[in-house]
Design a binder for this molecule. Structure first.
Ligand SMILES: Nc1ncnc2c1ncn2[C@@H]1O[C@H](COP(=O)(O)OP(=O)(O)O)[C@@H](O)[C@H]1O
Ligand SMILES: CC(=O)OP(=O)(O)O
Ligand SMILES: [Mg+2]
Length: 369
């Protein structure tokens, strides 16, 4: 079965056509972040590719209902619409892409694959916000966690790179892209993560603030800043962009290299939060055996990896400078003698999506060809 995978992220929408053996037959990338209309380009990109037998579409939020890849029909599409508010950077783009794909490929089954599914088994203590019971029940307030398609792939690859004896050990996975989050994984299962009810909690990201004191937006509201403006600022005008005017780590890195103090200070804030959150994940695991970097920044920025690992030296992490500088694709970069093994894994959400599509279609009996 040839599967077209569609991965709408906050800075790019990635399309990848995988042949039955999972080799990439065709790829396309559309820049996102300026509005949902970018998804119009999806139809044009799809038209340029050979026809798929099935489509897999990433939805970051599956809410309480969607815990596994799900064949999309009108009923499912309606329920996905109801989750838009919980992931405003992503969910509208996925829904728009869904519309375009169903128009362009009316006879091809579409399977929705969810970031939240990987964290569905989070221990209650990690998933629960200390909020009034009545609110938690009425509104379904809990921590969901995101980037699950990436984490699931990273766990699988780590198992292949390290061998079965190591794979079940205590792992902190750093998905560092435009969006960024960490997962604490034990025996292949998520036991803690830094994103919560929405993909806004946790780390400093390209344009998202990550965690702020919950009293801060309330204070702004009381001082006359409209809710929509607070929302827009926290999602689009904060993070590295808020600190230094750009969310692009490449630009920031170049500026810091030229001695730009604002860029250097933004990186200090980024790493301060990353270190604290990674140590919190290790604490949830009771220690650290394996550290994994993935996502656009995690894969391509050796200095981010070096500094993050150095900040976790007290837990046993450390990277080999030449292995770290020479990474291409998936690799181990552990420093000689470091007890924590450090890996770089390419974020291949497309492979995870394609596997989900094949499983869902087998289950529903709707296997095309
Ligand atoms: N060579 C590089 N060095 C540092 N950062 C990079 C490099 N290449 C890409 N990035 C960063 O990766 C981010 C995009 O990562 P990605 O995982 O594709 O994001 P998303 O899926 O959230 O759209 C951008 O912020 C970009 O700056
Ligand atoms: C959940 C999320 O933030 O995804 P991305 O990093 O692809 O924007
Ligand atoms: Mg992404």
């Amino acid at each position: 079965m040839r599967v077209l995978t569609v991965n709408p992220g906050s800075s790019s929408l990635k399309l990848s056509l995988l042949d039955p053996g999972d080799a990439v037959a065709s790829r396309a990338q559309i820049a996102t972040g300026a509005g949902e209309r970018e998804a119009e380009q999806v139809a044009a990109a799809v038209a340029r590719m050979p026809a798929p037998d099935a489509v897999g579409l990433r939805f970051v939020h599956g809410g309480r209902d969607f815990l596994a890849p799900t064949l999309v029909d009108d009923g499912v599409a309606g329920r996905l619409h109801a989750l838009v508010e919980l992931a405003p950077l992503h969910q509208p783009l996925s829904l728009y892409a869904l519309g375009e794909i169903r128009r362009a490929l009316p006879d091809v089954p579409v399977v929705a694959c969810f970031d939240t599914a990987f964290h569905a088994g989070l221990p209650e203590a990690a998933a629960t916000y200390a909020l009034p019971a009545e609110w938690r029940e009425r509104f379904g307030l809990r921590r969901y966690g995101f980037h699950g398609l990436s984490f699931a792939h990273a766990v699988r690859r780590a198992g292949e790179l390290l061998g079965p004896a190591e794979a079940g050990r205590r792992m902190v996975i750093c998905h560092l892209g435009a969006g960024a989050s960490l997962a604490a994984v034990a025996g292949g299962r998520s036991v803690d993560t830094t994103m919560g009810f929405t993909p806004l909690e946790g780390l400093v990201m390209a344009t998202r603030a990550g965690s702020v004191d919950p009293g801060l937006p309330m204070w702004l509201l009381r001082h006359g800043v409209p809710a929509e403006e607070i929302d827009d600022a926290l999602e689009h005008r904060s993070g590295l962009r808020g600190l230094a005017g750009t969310g692009d780590m490449r630009v920031l890195r170049a500026r810091a290299g030229r001695g730009d103090a604002v860029a250097a200070s933004a990186l200090d804030v980024y790493h301060h939060r990353l270190r604290a959150c990674a140590a919190a994940m290790a604490a949830s695991l009771g220690g650290l055996d394996v550290l994994v970097f993935t996502g656009g920044v995690g894969e391509h920025d050796p200095e981010v990896r070096r500094r993050a690992a150095a900040d976790l030296a007290f837990l046993g992490a450390g990277v080999d400078p030449s292995a770290n500088a020479a990474v291409h694709g998936d690799a181990e970069i552990t420093a000689a003698g470091a007890p924590v093994r450090t890996l770089v894994v390419e974020a291949r959400e497309d492979l995870e999506i394609a596997a989900g599509v094949r499983a869902a279609l087998r289950e529903t009996g709707a296997v095309p060809r």
